[in-house]
Design a protein around this ligand. Structure first.
Ligand SMILES: Nc1ncnc2c1ncn2[C@@H]1O[C@H](COP(=O)(O)OP(=O)(O)OP(=O)(O)O)[C@@H](O)[C@H]1O
Length: 521
C-alpha cells in the first residue's frame, strides 16, 4: 500500500528548521521516517473507520459511541474538581431542625424518577391545622444511598441522600441515632451558580409547593386581632360564570403580578395590587374573591370595618396581615359613615339605599331600593384607610392583594376611583350567554341542549343574575327538568318586565293627559 503524500503545509517549514548545518543527512532521514510512519498510521485509522462504517451495524456503532461518551464523562470527571453542599436534617447540637433540609427534601421529591430508583421511601404525615382539623401529606423521598440528578441552567447537580453516625455513643442531643443529610454536588466552577441561584431556586420552589398544599384560611377581625378558620370555598375560575375575556384578563393580571417581584422593587413600588369589583348583588363578586384566593393559594382577610373603632386598631390589624394574602373589604360604598351620622353617634343610616347586605339575596329584584344599612365604621375614614394602605402598610409587607367590592361604583368616594388606586376595575354583570354555558357545564356537564336556543334568547331579553340562574339549576338534579324550570323562570321574568313597562307607559300617558286636561281647564 502506498503511503499518503505528505501534504501538510507545515511540513516543509518544520523540515527546514530541523535542517542542521552539519550531520544533517541522518537527522533528515530520521525525520522522513517519522513522518512516513505518522502518515501510514493516519491512513490505517481512516481505513479502519470506513471499514467499521461498512461492516458494523448502526446499533453497534451507537453503542460504541455511547461507551466512549460515558468513559469520557466518567474518567474526565475525575479531572474536574467537585464541590458538595451538605444539608443536614438537624444541626450538630441536634436540637433545632434545619428548615433547608425540609425544603430540599420537598424539592428533590419533585425531581425523583421512581422508575430509576431501586429503593424509595414513601412518607405520609398529618399536619394539624390551628383549628384542630388535620391534613395528610404524602412525600416520595430517597433512601440513604439514593441519588438523583437535576439540571438547572444547563448545570448538572447530583443529589445524594447520606446517613452518618448511628454508633452507640450518645452524642450531645444526637442520641447515637444515625443522621440523615442531603448532599448536592456539582463541578467546582459552578459554585457561584449553586449558592446564588440554585439553592434559592430550590427554596422558592419548596415554598410554592408548600403554598399549593396548605389548607387555605379565612380570617375575620375581632377587636384588634384576626381569627381564622379553614377556607373551603369551592369557587374557582373554572366554576365562575362570567364573560370569558374578562375572566382571562383577571387571571393574566394575577399571573403578571406574581411574576413581578423584581419589577416592583426596581420601580420602587410596593408589591401589591388592588381590584375593585362592582356590579349588582348575586353576580359573583364574593365568588370571584374566593376564586382569586384559591388560584393564588393566598389566605383571605375579610375586614369588617364596622368592628373597627379606631385608626390605631385598623393599623394594628393591617400590620398583622402576613405576605401572600388577600385583604377584602366588601360593600365599600357603605362602610364609611357620613358626617351627620357620626355626630349623632348613629350606627345605622336611615337613608341607606344599598342593595346589598353582608350576603347576597339573589331573588331580591328591588336591590336598588332603600333598606336598613349595615353598621358603619366610626372614627376611621376612607382616606385614612387608603393612606395607610398606600403608606406604612405597603412598606411592611409584600405580595398582597386588596379587593374592594361594591354594588354601586357611582357612589364611591373619588379618592378610591383615582387612577393608580385600584389597579383593575372589574364589572360583574348579569348572566349572559357565555356565563350561562359555564353554569350549565358545571351543574350538568352539558355543552349543548335542545333548550339552549330558547334560553339564549330569553337571557338577551331579561336581566338575571348568575345567582338566580344557579338557584333555578339547583332545583333538580335532572338537567332536562332544571333547564325547563329555568326557562319558565325567565319567561315569567320577561312577562313581568313587559307588564311593568306597559304600566309605566300607561301611567305616563295618563299623567300627560291629566296635565293637558289641567292646562285646558
Ligand atoms: N358569576 C357567578 N358564577 C358562579 N356562581 C355565581 C356567580 N354569581 C353568583 N353565583 C352564585 O350565587 C351565590 C352568591 O353570589 P356572590 O355572593 O358571589 O355574589 P355577590 O355579587 O358577591 O353578591 P353581593 O353583592 O350580594 O355580595 C354564589 O355562592 C354562587 O353560588
Amino acid at each position: 500500500m502506498d503511503h499518503l503524500p505528505l501534504t501538510s503545509p507545515a511540513a516543509p517549514a518544520v523540515a527546514a528548521s530541523l535542517l542542521p548545518s552539519q550531520g544533517g543527512g541522518r537527522v533528515l532521514d530520521a525525520y522522513k521516517t517519522a513522518l512516513a510512519t505518522a502518515a501510514s498510521a493516519a491512513a490505517y485509522a481512516v481505513m479502519a473507520r470506513s471499514m467499521a462504517r461498512e461492516l458494523l451495524p448502526d446499533e453497534l456503532r451507537a453503542a460504541a459511541r455511547w461507551c466512549a461518551v460515558f468513559a469520557r464523562a466518567r474518567f474526565g470527571r475525575g479531572e474536574k474538581e467537585r464541590h458538595t453542599i451538605v444539608i443536614r436534617h438537624q444541626f450538630d447540637t441536634g436540637y433545632s431542625e434545619n428548615h433547608l433540609f425540609d425544603a430540599a427534601r420537598a424539592y428533590v421529591a419533585t425531581r425523583i424518577d421512581p422508575r430509576a430508583m431501586r429503593r424509595l421511601c414513601l412518607a405520609r404525615s398529618r399536619t394539624k391545622e390551628p383549628d384542630g382539623s388535620g391534613r395528610w401529606n404524602t412525600l416520595l423521598c430517597m433512601e440513604p444511598g439514593g441519588s438523583t440528578v437535576d439540571v438547572f441552567g444547563g448545570v448538572e447537580f447530583t443529589w445524594n441522600c447520606v446517613e452518618t453516625g448511628g454508633d452507640d455513643k450518645k452524642g450531645k442531643g444526637g442520641g447515637g441515632r444515625p443522621r440523615e443529610s442531603l448532599e448536592v454536588s456539582f463541578d467546582a466552577e459552578h459554585t457561584e451558580t449553586a449558592l446564588e441561584r440554585y439553592i434559592p431556586f430550590v427554596m422558592s420552589t419548596a415554598e410554592q409547593l408548600q403554598l399549593r398544599d396548605r389548607a387555605l384560611r379565612i380570617f375575620m377581625n375581632e377587636g384588634r386581632s384576626w381569627h381564622g378558620i379553614n377556607h373551603h370555598h369551592p369557587a374557582t375560575f373554572d366554576t365562575l360564570a362570567m364573560d370569558p375575556v374578562l375572566k382571562q384578563s383577571v387571571v393574566d393580571d394575577l399571573d403578571r403580578f406574581l411574576k413581578r417581584r423584581d419589577y416592583y422593587r426596581r420601580i420602587g413600588k410596593a408589591w401589591k395590587r388592588g381590584y375593585l369589583l362592582y356590579g349588582p348583588p348575586g353576580t359573583g363578586k364574593s365568588s370571584l374573591v374566593a376564586a382569586m384566593a384559591n388560584y393564588l393559594r393566598f389566605n383571605l382577610y375579610d375586614l369588617d370595618l364596622s368592628e373597627v373603632r379606631l385608626n390605631s386598631a385598623l393599623q394594628k390589624l393591617l400590620i398583622h396581615m402576613p405576605n401572600k394574602s388577600v385583604l377584602v373589604i366588601e360593600d365599600i360604598d357603605c362602610c364609611f359613615d357620613n358626617a351627620a351620622a357620626s355626630r349623632n353617634g348613629l350606627d345605622m343610616d336611615p337613608n341607606y339605599s344599598s342593595g346589598s347586605g353582608s350576603g347576597s339575596d339573589s331573588s331580591d329584584e328591588n336591590w336598588a331600593q332603600p333598606r336598613v344599612a349595615p353598621p358603619k365604621a366610626r372614627g376611621i375614614t376612607l382616606s385614612g384607610l387608603l393612606n395607610f394602605i398606600d403608606g406604612l402598610w405597603s412598606t411592611c409587607g409584600e405580595e398582597r392583594i386588596i379587593v374592594f367590592t361594591t354594588n354601586y361604583k357611582d357612589r364611591l368616594d373619588s379618592a378610591l376611583l383615582r387612577p393608580g388606586r385600584m389597579d383593575m376595575h372589574v364589572y360583574m354583570g348579569y348572566c349572559g350567554w357565555e356565563a350561562f354555558k359555564t353554569l350549565a357545564r358545571n351543574y350538568f356537564l352539558v355543552d349543548d341542549h335542545k333548550m339552549f336556543p330558547e334560553i339564549q334568547e330569553l337571557l338577551s331579553a331579561v336581566e338575571v343574575t348568575p345567582a338566580e340562574v344557579s338557584e333555578m339549576l339547583l332545583r333538580s338534579e335532572n338537567g332536562d327538568v332544571a333547564l325547563g324550570i329555568l326557562a319558565e323562570f325567565l319567561r315569567e321574568k320577561r312577562r313581568r318586565g313587559r307588564k311593568e313597562t306597559k304600566e309605566e307607559k300607561d301611567a305616563t300617558e295618563d299623567k300627560d293627559e291629566e296635565e293637558v286636561a289641567e292646562k285646558a281647564a
